[in-house]
Design a protein around this ligand. Sequence first.
Ligand SMILES: *[C@@H]1O[C@H](CO)[C@@H](O)[C@H](O)[C@H]1NC(C)=O
Ligand SMILES: *[C@@H]1O[C@H](CO)[C@@H](O)[C@H](O)[C@H]1NC(C)=O
Ligand SMILES: *[C@@H]1O[C@H](CO)[C@@H](O)[C@H](O)[C@H]1NC(C)=O
Ligand SMILES: *[C@@H]1O[C@H](CO)[C@@H](O)[C@H](O)[C@H]1NC(C)=O
Ligand SMILES: *[C@@H]1O[C@H](CO)[C@@H](O)[C@H](O)[C@H]1NC(C)=O
Ligand SMILES: *[C@@H]1O[C@H](CO)[C@@H](O)[C@H](O)[C@H]1NC(C)=O
Ligand SMILES: *[C@@H]1O[C@H](CO)[C@@H](O)[C@H](O)[C@H]1NC(C)=O
Ligand SMILES: *[C@@H]1O[C@H](CO)[C@@H](O)[C@H](O)[C@H]1NC(C)=O
Ligand SMILES: *[C@@H]1O[C@H](CO)[C@@H](O)[C@H](O)[C@H]1NC(C)=O
Ligand SMILES: *[C@@H]1O[C@H](CO)[C@@H](O)[C@H](O)[C@H]1NC(C)=O
Length: 727
Amino acid sequence: MRAGHVCSVLASLVLLWLGIASAQEASSWKSLSGKAPAIVAKGGFSGLFPDSSEDAYRFVQYASLPDTILYCDVRLTKDELGICLPDIKMDNCTNIAYIYAQGQKSYLVNGVPTSGWFSVDYNITELGQVTLVRSISSRTPSLIQIPIQYLLLKTCSPNSNLLEFGLMFRTKLVFRFLDESTLEPSMNKTYGSVLKNLTFVKTFASGILVPKSYIWPTSSDNYLQPYTSVVDDAHKAGLEIYAADFANDFMLSYNHSYDPLAEYLSFIDNGVFSVDGVLSDFPVTPSEAIGCFANLNKSNTDHGKPLIISHNGASGDYPGCTDLSYQKAVDDGADVIDCPVQLTKDGVLVCMSSVNLMDDTTVARSQFASQTAVIKDIQSVPGVFTFNLTWDDIVKNLRPKISTPFTTYRLDRNPRYRNAGNFMRLSDFLDFTKDKDLSGIVISIEHAAFVAEELGFDMVETVIKALGDAGYNNQTAQKVMIQSTNSSVLEKFKQQTKYDLVYMINEEVRDAAPSSLTDIKKFASAVSVDTGSVFPESHHFTMYKTNLVQTLQNAGLSVYVYTLMNEFVSQAYDFFSDATVQINWYVTAAGVDGLITEFPATARRYKLNNCMNMGNSTPVFMDPARAGDLMQTIMTKTAQPPALAPMPLLTDSDVAEPPLPPARSNSSTSPTHSGATRMHAHTTHILVLVILACDASHVRRSNWTPHQSSTNQIFFTTCSRLGSECI
Ligand SMILES: *[C@@H]1O[C@H](CO)[C@@H](O)[C@H](O)[C@H]1NC(C)=O
Ligand SMILES: *[C@@H]1O[C@H](CO)[C@@H](O)[C@H](O)[C@H]1NC(C)=O
Ligand SMILES: *[C@@H]1O[C@H](CO)[C@@H](O)[C@H](O)[C@H]1NC(C)=O
Ligand SMILES: *[C@@H]1O[C@H](CO)[C@@H](O)[C@H](O)[C@H]1NC(C)=O
Ligand SMILES: *[C@@H]1O[C@H](CO)[C@@H](O)[C@H](O)[C@H]1NC(C)=O
Ligand SMILES: *[C@@H]1O[C@H](CO)[C@@H](O)[C@H](O)[C@H]1NC(C)=O
Ligand SMILES: *[C@@H]1O[C@H](CO)[C@@H](O)[C@H](O)[C@H]1NC(C)=O
Ligand SMILES: *[C@@H]1O[C@H](CO)[C@@H](O)[C@H](O)[C@H]1NC(C)=O
Ligand SMILES: *[C@@H]1O[C@H](CO)[C@@H](O)[C@H](O)[C@H]1NC(C)=O
Ligand SMILES: *[C@@H]1O[C@H](CO)[C@@H](O)[C@H](O)[C@H]1NC(C)=O
């Protein structure tokens, strides 16, 4: 039997290396050949489309380096045709169990009795009824269903056998390692012991494919351990080494801060070694790593656009508004760091992301937990508020608590540092920022009216005084930005200071009416807008791009977008679970002037990348698609696009507020001078040209489906480790 022959020859090898592209020049890469690492798209762009579907394979060319290799796990059908399927058990990756409900069989797979649905039991006609589904889906289960495709059949005629197919091209044999404790059936040794003699592996293969944990192991609590010598060992044995198991929508080691690009870079650009290739579900991200983000000049710390503005410091890595998160934000290259001020019972201004201590401290476990109450002017749910505790109460009894916006997905942040760091008063914050390389600071003020009326405190005066005391009125190195969602606060600052005033729109709006612009311009030079006001989303797909950014910029206002986070669940599918793609959309497609982020390191690295301002030669994976395209592509195959609730227009009545009430009596603290002497000529650059250029370039990409897949491919195929298939 022809198929059996192929399998016995190839055993558990991964093979078939077609037309290797070697466009990259040998360079500083620390790979075996000195060439850039290869990208192998596992089952195509399987992070988005069902693994091994034609759509997954075709999509690769729209979001990956041109010489990306396509990976196919070949399985044989009853009529001895090869098809690509990610799992030997078809019930794991298709709906076959529903189509052929009686079709379950048992086979010895690598000596292990396994029951399920197997392709060898069905001919190609029968499999035509079966649909591939996304087997990995952390968010919406089985969102996308696509019929099984026969990519190989289209490429090679059914009469040519696999080996001939391989020999038509330059062929490389790559030996695939599974888990170290698993038994490799043809050698009857564990993969771990095979790994000990790579000289032996070199006698029959030119490369190895290993789980990424072989190279960067993680501890049981998911922190990275020092890298192993595997890459070095392989290279010394003359073997190429490929790392497997990369996906963006999985839990990464905490050391990578949910930033998949950072993970790839640790395999290819760590100063010590580079693997020779990566096997990925999301080829867009290794493409960025190899094409634009390796070997960056990290000493460049210019504070140009887009401005990187922290949100509670580097609150993705450490508890927000602590010394640790602020230090990290500075180290990570934020241009501006922020202090959201809250007031304590004894009149101390503290940096705290929320006025409710339940959100970002351990108050729930303290003696103050009993003070939980509802304050309707602040929020409708019970809380323990900063103004009910003194500064002493807080520092002596509470610990900071790291923000965990995605606990329902079990995507916790840096658990080893869950309660680390120290609280900061505004004065501590200003002491800290004064001598740092920052272009500015943001102070956010909310609930000023409540504080004045109920607590008798004038937050505006107090902040002005604190800034004056810290010398911020006598310097020009850092600009002071005051942000509020309440125009009355900004109006009052406008009367008394020359600070840059930032109006935060705290609802999603599709555009701003001219009357609202006139109002905003009276007191603000910049506006912070929600991500959803730029690219509205439905069911995690972007639907379109609003005009809001352009409207505001045309009115002479800078636009900052909030809040960017690395966790893939915070992002639309259009961004491929990659925070860098998201940033790129907001910067190049929307043209925002600043990014408000909990992960400044990701934004800083974006600013350093080598593929900015490339115009028409911008690589395809750095060229944002048009908002709404992905949703339309996918939904037209299955269902009607989801409807989007109409978004409101920002009007002057949203912006206008009554003036801040005076602080109730008790204003013994009234500061004397409000002499902000610094002037800021605030210029706003309008990015119309950039936006137009991007829109024009999208035209060629908007209808991606009908294209042929590129010819420059390599198919790895495993002979599926199915003993029974090889008989
Ligand atoms: C396939 O399904 C089995 C159970 O049916 C499960 O144990 C296994 O982990 C699945 N494999 C994959 C790759 O999803
Ligand atoms: C596939 O199997 C079905 C049912 O056993 C049979 O009717 C059909 O002729 C087969 N098709 C091919 C192409 O072998
Ligand atoms: C595999 O090796 C073990 C001992 O290492 C031996 O007991 C077993 O019989 C071997 N199995 C086969 C199929 O050769
Ligand atoms: C490793 O493999 C080579 C080549 O097969 C063999 O000569 C050598 O003895 C092996 N070394 C060990 C330690 O088993
Ligand atoms: C990963 O993070 C932990 C905790 O911060 C640290 O101890 C460890 O050294 C880091 N691992 C690497 C490889 O940098
Ligand atoms: C890196 O950037 C800095 C600051 O822009 C510049 O002075 C330096 O020459 C650059 N280094 C290299 C190697 O390009
Ligand atoms: C918290 O402070 C507010 C404002 O002073 C006050 O009305 C409320 O009673 C206080 N709550 C507790 C539990 O002390
Ligand atoms: C700021 O400058 C003014 C006069 O120029 C001076 O009186 C004041 O002491 C300075 N304040 C600080 C904090 O340096
Ligand atoms: C804004 O401040 C004014 C007082 O200046 C207050 O009356 C109003 O309720 C505040 N608006 C919001 C939305 O908190
Ligand atoms: C009000 O004034 C009293 C007496 O001066 C002072 O002890 C108290 O801290 C003040 N309260 C506020 C909120 O300023």
